[in-house]
Design a protein. Structure first.
Length: 69
């Protein structure tokens, strides 16, 4: 099901990088390769992830600054 295309807030995560042997960057590359995830979609997914993170607004602001400049 195309959750992103239906306007549902989507995030991309790794369960346990130590056990799974992957990184979030590798997961994004997988989504690009297998599902055609475009850079603008990646930005929306990253923003969604920041918005729903269990952290303070100041940390969220710092994440936005680090990721988006």
């Amino acid at each position: 099901m195309d959750y992103y295309g239906r306007g549902i807030r989507v995030t991309l995560n790794t369960d346990d990088m130590g056990i799974e042997g992957t990184t979030l960057a590798e997961e994004f590359r997988y989504m690009e390769r297998e599902f055609g995830l475009a850079p603008e979609q990646e930005k929306v997914i990253l923003e969604n992830s920041i918005n729903v993170a269990f952290t303070s607004d100041s940390v969220k602001a710092e994440l936005r600054k680090t990721i988006f400049g």
